[in-house]
Write a new protein. Structure first.
Length: 297
């Protein structure tokens, strides 16, 4: 049973109450923002809670033990503190969210209901939804190696060992726009072959997106120009002349690791692992069953 402050417990026993809900969001950059569904501003725990900011709690699932508590919070993009570009820049990804029930007539009478982290963010034209996961969610994360045919290292990290320079890192500028996430390039990047930056990264060095990193979907030739197709639309509009650095991509296969990066000794997958068809196969009289390798060469 949740322990309540004695004054708050007495208040809850009254016929009429003055209660509201409050949320405190601690973003990835350390900024703390407060929101409340009350119609006046509140302040406690060193945080100002902005009234009527469009935050609205939905159904909450709570449980005892190690099961994950889940809830969703909806928000309208109408608060000066909640900026669309900050959501797109990922500042709310993994943010810590603390939820209270507060007596707005005396904010010292309050109870902390939960502390969670932001999971999935679903964004619409006028509003967004935050999925808030309980702290026990970390117990659902896989630990250790994953046995799979593809590599489980990140290109360029210590386990991979590839240095992302030279042919694997090219600078350039936006030459022209096709739409919000597709643009042609100039500079050193334009001399790279098609497919070289597939699954790679764009690091913006100038323009409205400077400092941001976006994943590349495709890098291909079109009408004599090299075009970058991003997986997601950047936080701010792309403009002609914006500078960037393109980092080569890897599809995590053994053939790419060997041919493109000459790094097969550091490959972190298991390319010869039998597939599902092998696990369901049965022996036949015309096959050799000597315990040898299933692969030739």
């Amino acid at each position: 049973m949740r322990a309540l402050d004695q004054e708050l417990e007495r208040h809850l026993d009254e016929e009429a109450t003055t209660l509201c809900r409050c949320w405190m969001v601690k973003r990835r950059d350390g900024v703390e923002l407060g929101f409340t569904d009350h119609d006046l501003p509140l302040r406690f725990a060193g945080v100002d809670f902005e009234p009527e900011t469009g935050f609205e709690g939905t159904q909450v699932e709570s449980s005892l033990g190690l099961a994950v508590d889940n809830q969703e919070t909806m928000g309208a993009l109408r608060s000066d503190a909640i900026r669309e570009e900050d959501v797109l820049r990922g500042l709310y990804d993994g943010a810590e969210v603390t939820r209270w029930v507060v007596n707005f007539a005396d904010v010292d009478e309050r109870v902390k209901l939960s502390v969670g982290v932001v999971g999935e963010i679903r964004r619409g034209d006028l509003a967004f939804e935050l999925e808030i996961l309980g702290r026990s969610e970390v117990l659902n994360r896989p630990l250790g190696r994953v046995f799979q045919r593809s590599c489980d290292a990140e290109l360029g990290d210590a386990r991979c060992g590839v240095t992302l320079d030279g042919a694997f890192s090219k600078s350039g500028e936006v030459l022209g726009l096709q739409d919000a996430r597709r643009f042609s390039v100039s500079g050193n990047a334009a001399g790279s072959p098609a497919g070289w930056f597939d699954h790679g990264k764009v690091e913006w060095t100038s323009g409205a997106n400077a400092g941001q990193v976006v994943s590349v979907r495709r890098f291909y030739a079109q009408a004599g120009q090299m075009v970058v197709d991003l997986w997601n639309t950047p936080a701010a509009p792309i403009a002609a002349g914006d500078g960037f650095k393109l980092l080569a991509g890897c599809d995590k296969t053994a053939s790419t690791c060997k041919a493109k990066f000459e790094n097969f000794l550091n490959f972190r997958g298991f390319p010869l692992m039998p597939g599902e068809d092998w696990t369901t196969a049965y022996p036949r009289s015309d096959e050799v069953h000597d315990g040898g390798s299933l692969f030739n060469g």
